[in-house]
Design a protein around this ligand. Structure first.
Ligand code: HXC
Length: 258
């Protein structure tokens, strides 16, 4: 399928979705987010795909929602139109793991998009921020919520109130990103992580995603119970038998997602 604002490539069980609006630093227009929702749905439905990598350009993962497009909108437009609600809903329904590979600017909706992914690998040039305060608004796709979960109240308040950017080293120190690598190695690192995930049992991978995501929503006691129930449930899979037998036999496991 051809896209105007994205490039999609599937190699070795990994779908790489690259945001491609260089003239606007990959600003998230309605068109781009609509295409992204479609590309993610296609990756979810493609049996060959076992992991997704979402990335941008060297200069920008995405510099936020498209300000030019938003500048004409009224309260009624964004409220009744539920701006980007459907697209984000689609992203959150993706059950396959999504790695954000971030280089350059990840600002506003760009930072929020990266945080919607399962984890972020950043290049040493990455800059994260929620500068919506400079536009007379606040974050609208999770910047006051997911960022606070990730880096804590003090840094989240600081970034949301002042609009300052966080560099890659601070983002790693603060728990926003899982790894920082030199810019030239970003895609190698993301593809290597995605490749490792693609080798696992998809049942266990999907279970990890559900359990870790639940930790962001439910009290600890409920999360721990959910984890134990899922853990017990996995003993009903062939992949559990195979994974443990392979360890005992000192060989590589051959998972079949059964
Ligand atoms: C539309 C954008 C854009 C954006 C950059 N551009 N960000 N267009 N929406 N978010 C465009 C510029 O207008 C310019 O177009 C071109 O991209 C290059 O950008 P420059 O500003 O010339 O580059 P530079 O000087 O390097 O500065 C980079 C930057 C700056 C620091 C990232 O562009 C910037 O501050 N951008 C806005 C960041 C921001 O406020 N994001 C939050 C948006 S609100 P021309 O045509 O002049 O070459 C948001 C809300 C989410 O995200 C919630 C929605 C529900």
């Amino acid at each position: 399928m051809g896209y105007q604002t994205l490039n999609v490539d599937v190699t070795d069980h990994v779908a790489v979705i690259r945001l491609d609006r260089p003239e606007a630093l990959n600003a998230l227009s309605t068109e781009l987010l609509g295409e992204l929702a479609k590309a993610l749905k296609a990756a979810q439905e493609n049996d060959k795909v076992r992991c997704i990598v979402l990335t941008g350009s060297d200069k920008a993962f995405a510099a936020g929602a498209d300000i030019v497009e938003m500048s004409e909108k009224s309260f009624a437009d964004v409220f009744m139109g539920d701006i980007f609600g459907a697209e984000v809903g689609q992203l959150m329904r993706i059950r396959k793991p999504i790695i954000a590979a971030v280089s350059g600017y990840a600002l506003g909706g760009g930072c929020e998009l990266a945080m919607m992914c399962d984890f972020i690998i950043a290049s040493d040039t990455a800059k994260f921020g929620q500068p919506e305060i400079n536009l007379g608004v606040i974050a609208g796709l999770g910047g006051t919520q997911r960022l606070t979960h990730a880096v804590g109240k003090a840094k989240s308040m600081d970034m949301n109130l002042t609009g300052r950017f966080m560099d890659a080293a601070e983002a790693e120190r603060s728990g926003l990103v899982s790894r920082v690598v030199p810019a030239k190695k970003l895609m190698d690192e993301a593809m290597s992580a995605a490749g490792k995930i693609a080798e696992k049992s998809m049942i266990a991978v999907t279970a990890v995603k559900e359990a870790v995501n639940a930790s962001q929503e439910v009290p600890l006691s409920q999360g721990l119970l959910l984890e134990r129930r899922i853990f017990f449930g996995l003993f009903g899979t062939d992949d559990q038998s195979e994974g443990m037998a392979a360890f005992v036999d000192k060989r590589e496991a051959q998972f079949r997602d059964r």
